[in-house]
Write a protein that binds this ligand. Structure first.
Ligand code: FMN
Length: 248
C-alpha cells in the first residue's frame, strides 16, 4: 500500500493514495450519510482514496457479550470474530479513519457504534497497544445538537487506541432531513465540511502527546510489575518489545 501524507505544497498535481476506513453510525441515508459524502468528495479531490466502509448495525450486528476472551488472550478468541476480523484488518492497514455518527440523546453515539468500541477494546493502550495506530489520523463527523459530547466520547476512545491526531466537526442542523435545512445554511455547512476535509488531508504526523507517553509508562509499570510470563497481555508486550521500547 502506498501511503503518503501531503503538505499543502504537494497537493495539486501529485496523485496521493490515502487508505481511509469509514464507519457509518446511521443506517439511514440521512444527515450523517449526506455530510459524510461531502467530506469524502472533498478528500478525494486531494488525491486517490482507497475506501473501506462499514455501517452499523449491519456490519457489527452482535453485541459484545463481555466474555473477556480478547482481554485475557489473543483477540482471535472473540466469538464474533467473523464481524470483528474485517473491521480490525481494515483499521490495521488504514492511514485514516472517519467516524460518522448522529447524536442520540444523553447517551451520545448510537449503541450500534458503541459495539464497535466494545469489540475493539483489546487494542487499547492499557491492554495490547497496536504500533500502527500511532501513525494514523482520525476524523469524527457528528450530526445533532449534542455533537460536542458525542465527539468527546469518540475522541477519548481513539486516544486510548493510540491515535493522537483526531480532528472533528459537529453539525447542529435541528432537523432530521438535510433537504429541510434552508439553502443558505446548507451551503455554509457544506463549505465548512469541505474546509475541514482539506485540513484533515494536510494533517501532518506529530509526536505522541504527553498523555499518551504517560499512559504508556504507567501501563508498562503495571503490566511489568504485576504480571508474569504466561500471562496475557504480559506475553504480548514482551513479544513486541514494548517493555524495552515504546510502540510510538
Ligand atoms: C434515539 C435518538 C435520539 C436523538 N437525540 C437527539 C438529541 O438529543 N439532540 C438532537 O439534536 N438530535 C437528536 N436526534 C436526532 C438526530 O441526532 C439527528 O436528526 C441526526 O442528524 C440524524 O442523523 P441521520 O439522519 O444520519 O440518521 C436523535 C435521534 C434519535 C434516533
Amino acid at each position: 500500500m502506498k501511503s503518503h501524507y501531503m503538505n499543502e505544497a504537494e497537493c495539486g498535481n501529485e496523485e496521493v493514495l490515502m487508505k481511509v476506513v469509514v464507519f457509518n453510525g446511521s443506517p439511514r441515508k440521512g444527515n450523517t450519510y449526506t455530510v459524510t459524502r461531502v467530506f469524502l468528495d472533498e478528500l478525494a479531490k486531494c488525491g486517490d482514496l482507497e475506501l473501506s466502509e462499514f455501517s452499523f448495525p449491519k456490519d457489527m450486528p452482535e453485541f459484545c457479550i463481555g466474555c473477556q476472551n480478547c482481554l485475557g488472550g489473543p483477540r482471535e478468541k472473540c466469538p464474533h470474530k467473523t464481524c470483528v476480523d474485517p473491521i480490525y484488518e481494515s483499521i490495521r492497514t488504514a492511514d485514516a479513519l472517519l467516524f460518522a455518527a448522529p447524536h442520540f440523546g444523553a447517551s451520545c453515539m448510537p449503541g450500534s457504534m458503541k459495539t464497535l468500541f466494545d469489540h475493539l477494546a483489546f487494542m487499547e493502550m492499557t491492554i495490547a497497544p497496536r504500533k500502527e495506530n500511532f501513525q494514523k489520523k482520525a476524523f469524527i463527523l457528528t450530526t445533532g445538537s449534542g455533537s460536542k459530547q458525542n465527539i468527546r466520547i469518540i475522541k477519548s476512545c481513539l486516544i486510548t487506541w493510540g491515535i493522537n491526531r483526531v480532528r472533528s466537526y459537529g453539525i447542529r442542523m435541528f432537523t432530521d432531513q438535510w433537504n429541510k435545512i434552508p439553502e443558505k445554511r446548507r451551503t455554509r455547512f457544506e463549505k465548512s465540511i469541505r474546509k475541514a476535509a482539506r485540513k484533515f488531508c494536510f494533517l501532518k504526523k506529530k509526536p505522541p502527546s504527553f498523555k499518551t507517553v504517560i499512559m504508556y509508562y504507567i501501563n508498562r509499570f503495571v503490566i511489568g510489575s504485576f504480571m508474569k510470563e504466561g500471562d496475557y497481555p504480559y506475553d504480548y508486550w514482551k513479544e513486541n518489545g514494548y517493555f524495552r521500547k515504546a510502540p510510538f
